[in-house]
Design a protein around this ligand. Structure first.
Ligand SMILES: *Cc1c(COP(=O)(O)O)cnc(C)c1O
Length: 402
């Protein structure tokens, strides 16, 4: 089959993307999908034979490679093998899955929990199972793509409110016809900007307008709250979120997603959500690793303190050098560059100096707001972070960003 752009719209889309990728590769500006050959303690990685400082990891507490987690995964393989030979509802459910869900429920101070094979799939299936035609979903403008896709798939009326703007959310809530079911959904910590949702006001609005509240804690579990339990603990609130969603692929060094909440909600999802009914269960090793990781978060609180201290060093260092780090208060630190070109230039300079960071450019963020999205973790040492800041500052000056 000929793949040329003249054929039809599909061929054109394929060719346009290929041309964009090839053009970046030709200029040495293609930084994506680089194969890492070794993870060295989480703060350093081996890429293309070079050891680099890792500033693009979501392993916020540095748990990837933790001996106890590795051991739990290995023991699960010994006991159960590598697969689950099917869906949970039929023959695929293991005692281990139940234990993981109990552990999550306890960690989130919820009655029950359900797990899926990815965070993406969790949002897709949960939003589209709960909501349907005639219902309304109100979603923050900067919500993660998986939430957006879940909203679209649900068939509900889908409205976005201005980012973290509770007055705009209230206006939207007032537009919902009386009697229609409504869901308000947002990230706890926004994955591109690192800022935190105004949960106290959002929860209050949901109570006032009788809306369901779903929060995606992909970047807040292990990050927010004194003991790392997430956004409710951060704000000193107890059980204001109906659907407490999270992923097992970031702070928790495994793969998968979960929802915690009231027993009845979880029972409903277990019997109605298609990603649970029609897709195989989490593999044993991943379930065991996730279960162990939740325990370690509670048993090693120093990790949360260290993450917090490292975050402060990183943000303050960049800010005092003149970088715009937007509204971040967390370990996700946007380093604003402006044009896509400048973001690519800063990335290239950092990578030449063995600092592994990646650019986020349009259309993932609006034109003119291209940035590096850098992260720090509990695995970094302060002097490593200082060094990374020095590299960024030197390059930022040369490129004219600061
Ligand atoms: C990463 C992420 C997800 C998807 O999680 P995966 O487990 O990687 O599929 C969902 N929501 C947010 C906000 C995320 O950052």
């Amino acid at each position: 089959m000929e793949l040329d752009a003249a054929r039809d719209a599909v061929a054109r889309r394929i060719m346009v993307m290929n041309e964009r990728v090839n053009a970046l590769k030709a200029r040495g500006l293609y930084f994506y999908n680089q194969p890492i050959t070794e993870l060295r303690g989480g703060a350093r990685v081996l890429v293309n034979g070079r050891e680099m400082g890792m500033y693009a990891s979501y392993s916020y507490l540095g748990l990837v490679g933790h001996p106890r987690i590795n051991k739990a995964a290995q023991e699960a393989v010994e006991k159960y093998g590598t697969g689950t030979h099917g869906v949970r509802s039929l023959a695929g459910s293991l005692k281990l899955h139940e234990e993981l869900e109990e552990t999550i429920a306890e960690f989130k101070h919820a009655e029950a929990a359900i797990t899926y094979t990815s965070g993406y799939v969790t949002n897709l299936t949960v939003v589209s199972t709960l909501m349907g035609r005639g219902d309304w979903v109100l979603s923050d403008k900067l919500n993660h793509a998986s939430i957006v896709d879940g909203c679209l798939m649900s068939g509900a009326v889908f409205r976005r409110f201005k980012h973290n703007d509770m007055d705009d959310l209230e206006r939207r809530l007032q537009q919902v016809p009386s009697g229609a079911a409504k869901l308000v959904v947002a990230d706890a910590v926004f994955s591109m900007d690192g800022d935190i949702i105004d949960l106290p006001r959002m929860a209050e609005l949901c109570r006032k307008y009788d809306a369901w509240l779903m929060i995606d804690e992909a970047h807040s579990v292990g990050v927010l709250g004194k003991t790392g339990r997430g956004i409710e603990e951060h704000f000193g609130l107890e059980d204001v979120i109906d659907i407490k969603m999270g992923t097992l692929s970031k702070t928790i060094p495994s793969v998968g997603g979960y929802v915690a909440g009231k027993k009845e909600i979880i029972t409903y999802l277990r019997h109605a959500s298609r990603a649970y009914i029609f897709s195989a269960a989490l593999p044993p090793a991943q379930a065991a690793a996730a279960k162990e990781a939740f325990k370690i978060i509670l048993e090693e609180p120093w990790r949360i303190e260290k993450l917090r201290a490292n975050t402060e060093i990183f943000i303050n260092g960049l800010k005092s050098a003149g970088f715009d780090t937007m509204l971040t208060e967390t370990a996700i630190v946007p380093v604003l560059c402006g044009s896509d070109e400048r973001a690519f230039a800063l990335t290239a300079a950092c990578q030449r100096s063995d600092i592994f960071v990646l650019p986020v450019v349009s259309p993932a963020v609006p034109e003119g707001l291209a940035r590096l999205r850098a992260t720090v973790t509990a695995a970094h040492e302060p002097d490593e972070i200082e060094h990374a800041i020095d590299v960024m500052v030197k390059a930022g000056k040369e490129i004219g960003i600061i």
